[in-house]
Design a protein around this ligand. Structure first.
Ligand code: SF4
Length: 99
């Protein structure tokens, strides 16, 4: 897959994720619901496109310090704005990480 195609997929998924999870600035995933969500599969198409991994390859960048992570601080698995309906590992990472 070329860079332009990857960029297009990333933008499509990002837009879908932001629209899917937020509406009018409100977070639609409540903490009680979040814990019931399935864990994101590293082989999921969107996860693969963003090189998501359950264990970050970086010491200073992981899901727990990414601005796109949601949910309760301290939980091992939490919702992420880019992966609506799934939980990511707080120790994970993807190429959309933003500090
Ligand atoms: S690093 Fe990627 S998967 Fe982790 S919280 Fe940030 S955007 Fe989500």
């Amino acid at each position: 897959m070329n860079d332009q195609s990857n960029r297009r997929r990333f933008l499509k998924f990002t837009l879908a994720g932001v629209i899917g999870v937020t509406l009018g600035g409100k977070n639609l995933i409540k903490p009680a619901q979040a814990s019931e969500l399935p864990h994101l599969d590293e082989d999921d198409a969107q996860a693969s496109a963003l090189k998501y991994t359950h264990k970050s390859p970086y010491e200073d960048r992981n899901c727990s310090n990414c601005v796109l992570l949601q949910g309760e601080a301290g939980d091992e698995w939490r919702p992420c704005q880019l992966f609506p309906g799934k939980l990511v590992s707080s120790k994970g990472w993807c190429s959309a990480w933003a500090g």
